[in-house]
Design a protein around this ligand. Structure first.
Ligand code: NAG
Ligand code: NAG
Ligand code: NAG
Ligand code: NAG
Ligand code: NAG
Length: 476
């Protein structure tokens, strides 16, 4: 066949394919068939990052996790557990998700979600219990009945029970339980179980065994007001949590709550390494000692630096700054007061921890409503920033005008990585799921690690179409 007629045929085939694509699905500006848009001033991705709305219409999506088949599971608080698949994936953030399927219907489930190492058991939490279901990733279904594996955690105010399944010590499930309220006198007593982080070997529970009580768990820390985010560093295996600190704090009778106390990043040793047992089970301060964030105009500052602890209003008469330092575990880092960190997830090589800052209510000018990353040293398993750093959290996705918050802003909660190195995030107040991809060098020097480009994937698609057309012509 003459080259000219082959080219004419190819051009015609391409035009038909293009027209068909245009007729069948509307596309975003960049050609992606996903045209979902937020209904408020959109968040802004930092340099080197891009993002897209991937799903919406949930009531209050909290924890999210990918199953072994690449489907996204999420707890919609007060509704149940949903599963959605990625129906089209053109690389970068260009994904089209399926209609969410409710796999567990329960008004009780409100936050925690985890999968066993083999992916065959799904765990989800209510304020008082951790439940387990048999899970089939291929069929996308759970078994007919649930089993309670941890019981008796109820308390009224802080009701989330975050779940983390260890990758380093198989079978260990970490559960975070917050305080009842800021005047929770029981949290002063270790035996109350309030404001604590504990780990449970769920692989040792036999079929007929009674559930664990919360107090049966290995104590990883107490005096943790509300450590909603918990993660395990894949490089060194350290357990890290992010703590939401108190509201309305005073010092020497002065109101210092706008900029204090700091939210906290705390370290809890390694589950697979008994030599780090000294880093476990300590008292992290609540409700006696709190971390400083802003030292400017801090009454009686003395030698205190950011992330050092000072006595709270109820203990100022009986505790000194020195005692807070000596007898309580200080955070590794502090974050801006009231930013409300709700999840933390390390990237694959452990060089960065990503944190969702849900955003403030107890502050004149709103703060938070963003995702940020904290750099870690892979050799030491510690953050690279100094203990008293105020710049450790580097923006990834931010809210352009905080004056619109909380109503007209996304409020990030759960984080999860997909198998292509893209970060997914839930926003509870807006009922949305976003996908973030690192497509370039970031301001803190991070190299591109995300999904390959949309353009490359498109080129690959065209190569397949052209090859098919050419083959068709030769067969004809
Ligand atoms: C677990 O099963 C019990 C018994 O069938 C049921 O009453 C309860 O609602 C279930 N819990 C959840 C969270 O589905
Ligand atoms: C939970 O508390 C109830 C009432 O105090 C008790 O009967 C039950 O044994 C407890 N369950 C566990 C697992 O400790
Ligand atoms: C614990 O896990 C870390 C990270 O994988 C590994 O380097 C270390 O050797 C493990 N420790 C033990 C005692 O197995
Ligand atoms: C600390 O407080 C001072 C005085 O209120 C303020 O000017 C400054 O911006 C604050 N710094 C941070 C990092 O919040
Ligand atoms: C990354 O994506 C953003 C948003 O889509 C885009 O503006 C930017 O040019 C991309 N960067 C690179 C290096 O391709």
């Amino acid at each position: 066949m003459a080259l000219r007629s082959l080219l004419v045929a190819l051009a015609a085939a391409a035009a038909v394919a293009d027209a068909a694509a245009k007729v069948v699905v509307p596309r975003a500006d960049d050609g992606c068939p996903n045209t979902l848009k937020v209904s408020y001033e959109p968040p802004v991705a930092a340099k080197g990052w891009q993002y897209r709305l991937a799903a919406h219409g949930f009531k209050k999506p909290r924890s999210i996790a990918f199953d072994k088949g690449g489907a996204l599971l999420l707890v919609d608080s007060g509704v149940g557990v949903f599963r959605l698949t990625i129906d089209q994936d053109q690389g970068e953030t260009c994904v089209v998700t399926s209609q969410p399927k409710k796999i567990i219907s329960s008004a009780e489930l409100n936050h925690g979600l985890a999968l066993s190492d083999d992916g065959k058991t799904l765990y989800a939490s209510s304020s008082s219990k951790v439940y387990a279901w048999a899970y089939d990733a291929k069929a996308g279904t759970v078994g007919d009945s649930n089993r309670t594996i941890i019981a008796n955690m109820s308390s009224t105010d802080k009701t989330t029970r975050t779940l983390l399944m260890s990758q380093k010590k198989p079978g260990m499930l970490v559960v975070s339980r917050g305080t009842v309220d800021d005047e929770d006198s029981l949290a002063r007593d270790k035996s109350s179980g309030h404001a604590q982080l504990r780990a449970f070997d769920v692989s040792r529970l036999g079929d007929k065994d009674a559930p664990y009580a919360f107090m049966d768990g290995v104590l990883l820390g107490w005096g943790l007001r509300n450590s909603v985010g918990v993660a395990e560093d894949p490089s060194k295996g350290g357990i890290w949590s992010v703590e939401n600190s108190i509201d309305e704090v005073t010092r020497n009778g002065e109101d210092i709550h706008q900029d204090n106390p700091g939210e906290e990043l705390n370290y809890h040793g390694r589950l697979n390494d008994s030599s780090t047992a000294k880093d476990q089970g300590g008292n992290y301060g609540f409700p006696r000692c709190y971390a400083i964030w802003n030292t400017t105009n801090f009454p009686n500052l003395g030698s205190l630096k950011t992330a050092d602890q000072f006595p709270g209003p109820d203990d100022a008469k009986t505790l000194s700054d020195d005692q807070c330092k000596k007898d309580y575990v200080a955070p590794r880092l502090a974050f801006q007061a009231h930013t409300a960190p709700l999840d933390v997830k390390f990237n694959q090589d452990g060089s960065k921890a990503f944190i969702s800052f849900h955003g403030s209510w107890n502050r004149k000018n709103p703060t938070g409503y963003r995702i940020a990353s904290v750099a870690f040293n892979k050799d030491t398993g510690e953050p690279t920033a100094a203990h008293d750093s105020m710049t450790a959290a580097v923006d990834v996705l931010t809210t352009p005008d905080l004056a619109n918050c909380p109503d007209g802003c996304f409020r990030p909660v759960g984080l999860a990585w997909d198998s292509k190195g893209r970060l997914w995030v839930s926003s509870d107040s807006t009922g949305e799921i976003f996908i973030l991809n690192q497509n370039g060098t970031t301001d803190d020097g991070g190299n591109s690690v995300g999904s390959r480009s949309l353009v490359a994937d498109k080129a690959a698609t065209w190569a397949v179409i052209l090859a098919a057309v050419v083959a068709g012509l030769f067969l004809a």
